[in-house]
Design a protein around this ligand. Structure first.
Ligand code: PLP
Length: 370
């Protein structure tokens, strides 16, 4: 990947749109007949929804999920003709805005359904919606008893054009987790009593757990962005970005000196410390002080001392002097330190690493394949 950063930039996030599209196609190739949508909420997990969603649309993706209506509105003009669905649903008062932008809500409760139905009646227009039935997350969606009420009182759907029924898996990232099959079973039971429409259950990991989970439409997010959907085996997805930061200074240190806030690192041998322009404000978690590393010229440089807001300090004593100079780029996330490795080090998941990448980073998007 050719990477260039303007002199004004001290951190660089280079997103490879071709890799995102390749990941979407790789997921699609696992499907028998289901449609592969794309989840682009939270600015495509921090990587730039306004670039990524149009690249996926050009590759043939025609259903996009966002979390909030604002996210949907931002994407609407960039995605003519595709379906944009808001997972967090339609709060009362937002109906006109959904309609004005031709954005579809996921209805998450009987009262959501009633509101949307009132809106359809008031405007004398059938209104599109997806309906979410909870099968074990207890987060969003109709409860089991709500779903039975809906099945018993089909009049509650009059005026609605139900595009699909969805539910969400709690534990698909764990292979053979009993919760997944239990949720599928519960979802099927509800669907048997409800009017026919498309069915969607699987996120990235879910769609990798077999055809039974794929149903009519799958909703991958993480795997598009290079997070391993099947952590028990090698990542089948491609990494889609590199995050690099410039070395600002290289200094000689001697035994007895300390590095950084709180004097948590004591120098025991003469050597060199490089100060790098990435801190917790850029998404390099503070928890990684004294326990992570970056790569310079492909060589590991351990983080010493605490992580500051804008800076980290790394020990480059073992690296040839010619490879570390002010202005050179250190790899923070990339081929040598993957998103999943960064997550493990920080005691979190790749999703949080991605969405923590800061707006301050200079971003470039490398063009998608033609
Ligand atoms: C975020 C989200 C997804 C995408 O999940 P990944 O694990 O990132 O593939 C799918 N469905 C719902 C309801 C979500 O909230």
């Amino acid at each position: 990947m050719p990477i260039t950063a303007p002199p004004s930039a001290t951190t660089l996030l280079a997103v490879d749109l071709e890799a995102v599209v390749a990941n979407w196609r790789a997921l699609q190739s696992r499907l028998e007949r289901a449609e592969c949508s794309a989840v682009v909420k939270a600015d495509a997990y921090g990587l730039g929804a306004t670039r990524i969603a149009p690249a996926l649309a050009a590759a043939g993706c025609h259903t996009f999920f966002v979390a909030t209506l604002d996210e949907g509105i931002a994407l609407r003009p960039l995605l003519p003709g595709v379906t944009i669905i808001v997972l967090s649903g339609a709060l009362p008062g937002a109906e006109d805005t959904f309609a004005a932008h031709a954005i579809v809500p996921v209805l998450n409760s009987l009262s959501d359904i009633t509101c949307w139905q009132d809106f359809a009646r008031k405007t004398s227009t059938a209104r599109d919606a997806w309906i979410h039935i909870d099968t074990g997350m207890n987060r969003l969606g109709l409860t089991s008893s709500d779903a039975r009420t809906l099945a018993a009182e089909p009049g509650r759907l009059t005026g609605l054009n139900v595009l699909g029924w969805m539910s969400h898996l709690s534990s698909a990232d764990q292979r053979f987790h009993p919760a997944s099959s239990a949720q599928l079973g519960r979802f099927q039971q509800h669907l048997a009593r409800l009017p026919k429409a498309r069915r969607s259950l699987a996120n990235s990991s879910g769609l990798c757990r077999g055809r039974a989970f794929q149903l009519d439409l799958v909703r991958p997010g993480a795997a598009l962005y290079g997070i391993n959907p099947t952590p028990e085996v090698e990542n089948p997805q491609r990494p889609v970005f590199t995050f690099t930061a410039r070395v600002l200074q290289v200094r000689q240190v001697d035994p007895g000196m300390t590095v950084g806030y709180g004097v948590t690192h004591q120098v025991t041998r003469s050597g060199r410390i490089a100060t790098i322009a990435a801190g917790y404000a850029d998404g390099f978690f503070r928890a990684l002080g004294n326990r992570s590393r970056v790569f310079i010229g492909g060589q590991p440089a351990p983080v010493v001392g605490q992580v500051s807001m804008d800076l980290i300090t790394v020990d480059v004593t073992a690296l040839p002097e010619s490879t570390v100079w002010p202005g050179c780029l250190a790899e923070v996330i990339g081929p040598h330190r993957t998103v999943d490795q960064a997550a493990t080090e920080a005691g979190t998941i790749g999703y949080e690493i991605l969405t923590a990448l800061s707006k301050r980073c200079h971003r470039v998007w490398l063009p998608e394949a033609k």
